[in-house]
Ligand binder design. Sequence first.
Ligand SMILES: NC(=O)c1ccc[n+]([C@@H]2O[C@H](COP(=O)([O-])OP(=O)(O)OC[C@H]3O[C@@H](n4cnc5c(N)ncnc54)[C@H](O)[C@@H]3O)[C@@H](O)[C@H]2O)c1
Length: 282
Amino acid sequence: MSIERVGIIGAGTMGNGIAHLFARCGFEVLLCDVEQRFLDRGLETIGENLDRELARNKITAADKAAALKRIVPVLERSQFANCDFVVEAATEKFEIKAEIFRDLDRICRPEILLASNTSSISITRLAAVTARPEKIIGMHFFNPVPVMKLVEVIRGLDTAAETFQIVRDLALKLEKTPVEVNDAPGFVSNRVLMPMLNEAMYAVMEGVATPEAVDEVFKLGMAHAMGPLTLADFIGLDVCLDIMRVLQDGLGDPKYRPCPLLIKMVDAGWLGKKSGRGFYKY
Ligand SMILES: NC(=O)c1ccc[n+]([C@@H]2O[C@H](COP(=O)([O-])OP(=O)(O)OC[C@H]3O[C@@H](n4cnc5c(N)ncnc54)[C@H](O)[C@@H]3O)[C@@H](O)[C@H]2O)c1
């Protein structure tokens, strides 16, 4: 099966990065969100990020123009009927994703693979809402998508070996490095990373250190490219909270309790970089 036209659901932080990547690698992209303003913002970000690649001589002005031309923004999911592959990158809530997968299962041709970019939600559970569980898979990109090399490829209980091969080959075509992981809450990346970010938030809440000091410890002492609180702001504090809740519900251990400061910040609308305020101001 040849994959030429890719549908992407969600034009937020990850969706616009995934659209950027596919378009830059020569795929036709349909980018879908629920409101025109989210599509406009996503396309604006893609333009800015392509400019950054242009400034670093990674692409030419002609490459940028061609990539932008390959992305068609749509509000109607029904337009995915002629897509050859779909990546869902909508908000990290099971109910939202389940509704999307049910609908995609109805809209897309039966042989089409449907991938989720979820950070933590069970691929097996998403697969179970469709009539094609063997064709459902996790394709977990990392932020910023055009830059980060890793794609965690997650096999649900019923994901076929052929589905895995196709998605692994696709990741390689996108010049990423796929790593195979089985379905479990948070997979590997967020099972390990998110409790660390959550613990850093507890340290701030308990007055152990300021966000700046916590971040310095990790940058200078552990050679991390950015500290845990900056990283949480970049990921989105709402996304961090959603993932902690998936770990808490799915694994049941009290060590996954979301930090009360995180809950309070999300309640206040401090979602990190995307809202202009999180542990830092942007
Ligand atoms: N932020 C990260 O660093 C990161 C990394 C890896 C994976 N993820 C995962 O990627 C997904 C998206 O996260 P994000 O950070 O881009 O979130 P985001 O809030 O930036 O964007 C989500 C987008 O989905 C749209 N959306 C919501 N419901 C929709 C629907 N029914 N149809 C179409 N669009 C819909 C929203 O309007 C929004 O534009 C989540 O599953 C998240 O866990 C996030």
